[in-house]
Design a binder for this molecule. Structure first.
Ligand SMILES: *[C@@H]1O[C@H](CO)[C@@H](O)[C@H](O)[C@H]1NC(C)=O
Ligand SMILES: *[C@@H]1O[C@H](CO)[C@@H](O)[C@H](O)[C@H]1NC(C)=O
Ligand SMILES: *[C@@H]1O[C@H](CO)[C@@H](O)[C@H](O)[C@H]1NC(C)=O
Length: 487
């Protein structure tokens, strides 16, 4: 009796030890090999949690510095502009004259320079909060951009990318229970609310400004920012470990245009005015940044965005194309002497022909690792690796695409057509992948499966006269892509 009960106890102990060892090895294996991030487990089984108070303390200190060092001059937006004077296509060979439309008195420039210097001084000891050795993707979306973000995220997951994603929302109005509690966690993504971090100050941040604050508050040390309407063509996991990111800590991509920043901007940040052909202006639909190496640069960028609408967006673009935040990221690095790398290969346009006219719908950017290798070696390759498709105009908002003026429908014939060019061209461009076919599979999923799950979700129901959004997408796919297969 006693012997058998002892041996049962021993057996149980052995079994327990074995189970323990297996469990610990499994956790270690998952963490090491799959880069699993425990933040995305439910609260109850999460082993450790980063202290949210650290982010709030940092946010409060940053806002205090921002508010105390504002430009001490009247807003610049009252300056009269000429039309389109900043509209200069970028060319490496053409050192054009820098546009100079923003006439500022030297007193005003000096006053802004002093305020900028005070801000840099006030923030020099602030430490950006983040979880060391983490990498992930950051985005912002609200309202009608949410379905677009989900489509982009599903396209990203098709590349095999498992990196965690943080979606920044401003407040409760943008937060949705289904989105944040069910849908995003199923895609290894989570909602982060700015008002949870900085309280009512979140209401002072809008539009373009949300991007820089999402980077300041993301928990990732290494962040890849993606606009909601931008999807990647490959798993970006290795770009954080390689050049050009490894040694620069900030990687941007080019826009079509030359910079149209005012010389006064450089006077204010105390940086030599660059030649116009030094680099194209940047397009901030995608951006890589290390919070460890570029904390000061990001805080300078926050200043140009916080005071963007009234001062710095004017100084940085002077009525040129693409106003907003896009030029503020490199500017932040320049102001604090931090390194950066801008992809040298020029951005491409993707679009379709209708009635003999070309309509661009997206910007295609190229692989940064390959770009850096080519810059180093000087040896161009036959075909560059595509990196991202920033489908910026029009967005893949189905209601809009199928409207009377919608881009997906030929205006003369009423027939649907592809947006990213014909199939032959698409297969050639994306190395055998029919990316547009895949994109429409995701658009259909979002319109038909997720369509009724969101507030703000613009999905039209079927009526007697017309198909609703889901049936319109199905009909479009059946006609456009079936016809293509035959060609
Ligand atoms: C250089 O840029 C100017 C201003 O946009 C333009 O008028 C000129 O034709 C350009 N020159 C070349 C060689 O592209
Ligand atoms: C596809 O588009 C390319 C570029 O616009 C064009 O040269 C080619 O002829 C088109 N092919 C077909 C089959 O329409
Ligand atoms: C609606 O969908 C049906 C079947 O999917 C299709 O036959 C019809 O042409 C569509 N109508 C419109 C206006 O798209």
């Amino acid at each position: 009796m006693l012997a058998s009960s002892l041996s049962r106890t021993r057996d149980r102990l052995i079994a327990l030890v074995v189970v323990g060892i297996v469990f610990v090895s499994l956790v270690a294996f998952v963490q090491i090999n799959l880069d699993w991030d425990f933040r995305y487990l439910p609260n109850s089984i999460r082993p450790s949690q980063h202290d949210p108070a650290v982010y709030t303390r940092f946010g409060n200190a940053l806002f205090e510095a921002l508010e105390q060092s504002g430009p001490p001059i009247p807003p610049l937006k009252d300056v009269p502009y000429r039309d389109n004077s900043g509209l200069i296509f970028w060319k490496a060979t053409n050192d054009t004259l820098r546009p100079d439309i923003l006439h500022m008195e030297s007193d005003a420039v000096l006053a802004m320079r002093q305020a900028h210097e005070d801000y840099i001084e006030a923030t020099k000891d602030l430490q950006l909060p983040f979880r060391p050795r983490t990498s992930g993707i950051v985005s912002t979306a609200g309202g009608r951009y949410l379905p677009i973000f989900i489509i982009s995220l599903r396209m990203l997951r098709r590349t095999g990318c498992h990196l965690p994603v943080e979606l920044f929302l401003r407040n409760e109005e943008e937060h949705g229970a289904y989105l944040c509690d069910t849908l995003l966690p199923s895609l290894n993504a989570r909602c982060v609310r700015l008002d949870d971090i900085v309280g009512a100050k979140a209401t002072t941040i809008s539009k373009f400004q949300v991007k820089i604050f999402s980077l300041l508050f993301t928990s990732f040390e290494n962040a890849l920012f993606l606009d909601a309407d931008n999807f990647l063509l490959r798993d970006p996991k290795d770009i954080f470990k390689q050049q050009p990111f490894r040694s620069s800590g900030l990687v941007t991509w080019p826009d079509f245009w030359a910079s149209s920043a005012s010389k006064h901007f450089y006077e204010i940040i105390n940086f030599p005015t660059p030649a116009m052909n030094e680099r194209a202006s940047s397009e901030s639909g995608q951006l890589l940044v290390s919070k460890a190496s570029h904390g000061k640069a990001l805080m300078a960028t926050a200043y140009y965005n916080f005071y963007g609408p009234e001062y710095f967006y004017q100084l940085l673009t002077q009525d040129g194309p693409g106003g907003g935040d896009k030029e503020t990221f490199l500017a932040g690095a320049q102001a604090v002497g931090a390194p950066f790398y801008q992809v040298g290969h020029y951005v491409d346009t993707i679009g379709y022909y209708e009635d003999g006219h070309y309509h661009g719908v997206a910007m295609m950017q190229y692989d940064p690792i390959e770009d850096a290798a080519i810059t180093r070696s000087g040896k161009e390759v036959a075909k560059r690796k595509p990196f991202s498709v920033h489908h910026n105009y029009p967005k893949y908002d189905t209601v809009e695409l199928f409207s009377a003026e919608g881009a997906a429908i030929d205006h003369a014939t009423g027939q649907g057509h592809r947006l990213l060019g014909n199939k032959t061209l698409t297969l050639e461009r994306f190395n055998g992948r029919d990316v547009e076919y895949e994109l429409w599979e995701e658009i259909e999923h979002v319109a038909c499966v997720l369509g009724d799950k969101f507030r703000h979700w613009q999905v039209l129901p079927n009526t007697d006269e017309r198909n609703g959004t889901c049936d319109s997408v199905k009909h479009y796919r059946a006609t456009v892509f079936a016809a293509d297969e035959i060609v």
